[in-house]
Ligand binder design. Structure first.
Ligand code: PEP
Ligand code: MG
Length: 908
């Protein structure tokens, strides 16, 4: 028996049985749209009769290089007969014709990416018959011209511009603005011209056989799965390329039958803010594509009940029912044909990050989902987009607002205007920030939308293509800003009496819908949103992995704690030495010819350090603060060789023309000092500083550097203890490769801590740990652990030293080639490499914990804020991850997801 390639909507039970009842696999088989049309049919919700050709048939079509298997077609024809019986109409019968729509529908929705053909089944005879039957010549001719146009562009691949040109000419001849105002005679002329376009462009007449139209449309939808724009979209959205798409053949229902007909799109909750209540648009006497294309001015769904009270109430009730059935916000398409409501689609609605969080929290409060499910539904990308910058209030007040549109995707975006998507991509590649400005967007524009920081359109509604795509990819967007007059040929946007050309700066606020001239200053986002706080609180209850911050200053530490950090996992002390008041002292310390002079400089640095550490302890009262000893090579604190060389040349020139002895003496002194400094710099030159005198090796060479830092740490702790602060310093030694290094440094630190405690007559915790940043340290971790109270994996260096690749050099040269050619799948400096670096972490941790089973161990490299790496850290059994303050909310959620994934695999 040949496989079942076709399921009618009323055969959803059979489809589900064929995949052992697994709904996810039903969605894979029928596509999301087909599965839900079947499900709605099963629920008794009014759905026009029809059937789905499976995604498996699409894959079969691709593997047979574009040949539709005979069995597929036979099953389609059978299902058409059933649809005829259900509707009481006959496909191709002029006296009582059935028309169908052919709609794509993959497992995951890809708005507008694949093709749709409506009104299949019309030809000259059927048109005549339908006019006789309906008495509505205008409606039938309008449907016919739509079929020829869609079939021409989608199936025959004729550029839609040719059809649009005919329509524009017809409107101009008739002196009307909208297509719907064209008369029967105008439409007849348009149809003739459309047929001529088809004949001229495709070298064949428009096919009059309805079955031929259907067959070609199904094949065109299958082909569109492999089309470039669908491919690009899947790439960006992380959808697998081998899923294939279903094709849904649905009996046509007409929203353009007259004033008792309508069509619309609505979400069961607000997709921008997440607030409860229907949100969407509809049009009286129109077809669905008119709403989505954003060409006609739509009406808000709240007005549906004013025009059609019963339909409005029925739709609201169905929306509610679908939402509770799917336990999620629904995005629905509907049509009203002569007073009867039909649902054409439902799916989980795309939403902004803000709405995602709000809806998840509300659904828990409503008892629809539990806390775990709410946390599961929020992605790290959602949290990231909530961390988008916002416009700074004072700057907004001063900014020139030029227009207002719909606030469809929040966030502030500032960029240069580009009117076409290819230019947006080119400019983005040149490092420019771009706002894509278009009358409306189409699926072909997606690459440009992705390359832009914001999207602005002059037409279209909340469910327009621009709004959907922007929301999905977290791009701030304002749509339907009708005050903007965009002239694509002269590349000018006019608003009021102002004009902007391509390349001019504009700012848009996707949260309010405001459009501003020029650049408006942005600031940090508001993270005190109660729904977000609730959701992250739930994530905290789930996760077992700790989250600390990499913070070097008091203000960073305060922010980190507000964002949920449970301490500081890495304070890079060298950042404290770069301040203009400190650098000269630091340079004096480095260049000191004798120990006495070095100690004097060190003594000057002490108060600075003590002050900075005290700030950190205050911010983190009661939480651990890991302070790493000085790490980089000392030459980083000295001026560059080239700079000194230039100064010397300059001084020599000035010396030659010195006007008097006094100047000459001063110049000579400067020359002498600069030459000495150059010699110092030269003496510290290393051919490979990354592997040279840095990290613990500095402290080994100059124990006084370790001692001063230890003193600053413990004196600061003693100082704040006097203020009632519970300071919990942890001293961390970097770049250790052997246990003896740590043992030596430990003795220095303990000695200094004891001295401070004795001087101040205070007891302080002395916790000393080490970073594991080189492969040898990982391999001898058990020996090192004997001297360590904690480990922290410095995965930046561990990645460099494991791969033998300098991060700075790799990222600016060959690494991008590795990534584009697929030698590396991901950048190992961004996402932890499980095979090499991860394996070393695993080995180190297991062996160290044979000695110290509860050894605290964290990760403090960049990977600590990357969700995929956080999942690995959880699996290795690390105690915490440490990341920059702004990544903390992402890390909290990712850590909860890691725990949920672990629970799931334990259950499986
Ligand atoms: C590391 O190497 O991962 C680390 C945190 O140290 P740094 O980035 O300062 O070298
Ligand atoms: Mg390091």
């Amino acid at each position: 028996m040949s496989p079942t390639w076709v399921y009618r909507f009323d055969q959803i039970d059979e489809a589900q049985e064929s995949v052992d009842g697994d709904w996810d696999r039903v969605r894979g088989l029928l596509g999301g749209k087909g599965a839900n049309l079947g499900e709605m049919t099963r629920l008794g919700i009014p759905v026009p009769p029809g059937f789905t050709v499976t995604a498996a048939a699409c894959n079969e079509y691709s593997s047979r290089k574009g040949t539709l298997p005979d069995e597929v077609w036979t099953q389609v024809v059978d299902a058409m007969h059933a649809t005829e019986a259900q509707t009481g109409r006959v496909f191709g019968d002029p006296s009582n014709p059935l028309l169908v729509a052919c709609r794509s529908g993959a497992k995951f929705s890809m708005p507008g990416m694949m093709d749709t053909v409506l009104d299949i089944g019309l030809n000259d005879e059927v048109v005549e018959g339908m006019i006789r039957a309906t008495g509505n010549e205008h409606f039938v001719l309008d449907s016919y011209r739509r079929l020829i146009q869609m079939f021409g562009s989608v199936v025959l691949d004729i550029n839609d511009e040719h059809f649009e040109r005919v329509l524009t000419a017809a409107r101009e001849r008739a002196g009307v603005v909208e297509d719907s105002a064209l008369t029967v005679d105008d439409l007849t002329a348009v149809i003739d011209d459309f047929k001529a376009v088809v004949l001229r462009r495709s070298k064949a007449p428009f096919p009059t056989d309805p079955h031929e139209q259907l067959n070609a449309s199904i094949r065109a939808v299958f082909e569109s799965w492999d089309g470039k724009r669908a491919h690009d979209y899947r790439q960006a959205a992380g959808i697998a390329h081998d899923l294939g798409t279903g094709v849904n053949i649905v009996a046509m229902v007409f929203g353009n039958y007259g004033d008792d007909s309508a069509t619309g799109v609505a979400m069961s909750r607000n997709a921008t803010t997440g607030q409860p209540g229907l949100e969407g648009d509809f049009l009286i006497n129109a077809q669905g594509e008119d709403v989505v294309a954003g060409i006609r001015q739509t009406r808000p769904i709240s007005e549906l009940s004013d025009v059609m009270p019963e339909i409005g109430a029925q739709f609201a009730q169905i929306a509610q029912r679908l939402e509770s059935h799917y336990s999620d916000m629904q995005d629905m398409e509907f049509t009203v044909e002569q007073g009867k409501l039909w649902l054409l689609q439902t799916r989980d609605g795309k939403r902004t990050a803000q709405a995602a969080v709000q809806i998840a929290v509300d659904l828990v409060a409503e008892g629809v989902i539990d806390v775990t499910e709410a946390v599961r539904r929020i992605t790290p990308a959602h949290i990231e987009s909530l961390l988008h910058p916002q416009f700074d209030e004072p700057s907004i007040r001063e900014a020139t607002k030029i227009a207002t549109g719909l606030n469809v995707s929040p966030g502030a975006a500032v960029g240069q205007i580009a009117f076409d998507p290819d230019l947006a991509v080119r400019w983005a590649e040149e490092g420019r920030t771009v706002i894509l400005v278009r009358p409306e967007t189409r699926p072909d524009d997606v690459h440009g939308m992705l390359a832009s920081v914001g999207i602005l359109t002059s037409s279209g509604g909340r469910t327009s293509h621009a709004a959907l795509v922007a929301r999905q990819f977290g791009r701030p967007a304002v749509v339907g800003a009708s005050e903007l007059h965009i002239n694509l040929s002269s590349r000018i946007v006019a608003v009021g009496n102002r004009q902007f050309v391509e390349g001019d700066w504009m700012s848009i606020d996707g949260g309010t819908g405001s459009v501003f001239a020029g650049k408006v200053e942005t600031c940090e986002p508001d993270l005190d949103d109660p729904a977000l706080a609730t959701l992250l609180g739930w994530a905290d209850e789930i996760r077992t992995l700790g989250v600390r911050a990499n913070a070097d200053e008091g203000s960073d530490a305060v922010r980190a704690r507000r964002l949920g950090a449970e301490g500081i996992g890495l304070c890079r002390t060298e950042h404290m030495f770069f301040g203009t008041d400190r650098l000269p002292v630091m340079q004096r310390m480095i260049t000191a010819p004798t120990a006495v002079e070095r100690n004097a400089a060190i003594g000057e640095l002490l108060p600075f350090q003590r002050h900075d550490f005290a700030e950190l302890f205050r911010a983190m009262d009661g939480q651990p603060v890991v302070i790493r000893l000085l790490d980089p090579p000392l030459h980083e604190f000295l001026p560059s060789r080239d700079e000194l060389q230039m100064q010397i040349t300059d001084l020599q020139l000035r010396l030659r023309s010195a006007p008097n002895l006094e100047t000459m003496t001063s110049l000579l002194e400067q020359l002498d000092a600069t030459t000495t400094l150059l010699a110092q710099v030269d003496s510290r030159r290393e051919s490979n500083p990354m592997l040279g005198l840095r990290g613990v090796r500095l402290g080994m060479q100059y124990p006084e550097i370790t001692r001063i830092q230890a003193r600053a740490i413990f004196e600061a702790a003693a100082e704040v203890a006097g203020e009632g602060i519970d300071a919990r310093p942890e001293v961390m030694v970097p770049l250790v490769c052997d246990a003896a290094e740590l043992a030596t440094q430990r003795a220095v630190i303990e000695g200094e801590a004891a001295a401070v405690m004795a001087e101040r007559d205070i007891e302080l915790p002395v916790i000393i740990g080490t970073m594991i940043e080189v492969p040898r340290a990982a391999l001898v971790a058990e020996e090192i652990a004997a001297h360590a109270d904690f480990f922290s994996f410095g995965t930046n260096d561990l990645t460099q030293t494991t791969f033998g690749m300098s991060r700075d050099d790799a990222e600016t040269s060959f690494l991008s080639d590795y990534l584009t050619t697929g030698v590396f799948e991901v950048n190992p400096f961004a996402t932890l490499d499980p095979k090499g670096v991860g394996r070393l972490i695993d080995i180190a941790l297991k062996s160290a914990r044979t000695l110290t089973p509860d050894l605290v161990a964290g990760v403090c490299g960049e990977h600590g804020g990357d969700p995929a790496s956080i999942a690995l850290c959880h699996d290795y059994g690390l105690t915490y991850v440490s990341c920059s303050p702004f990544r903390i909310p992402v890390a909290r959620l990712a850590a909860a997801h890691a725990e949920l994934a672990a629970r799931e695999s334990a259950d499986a």
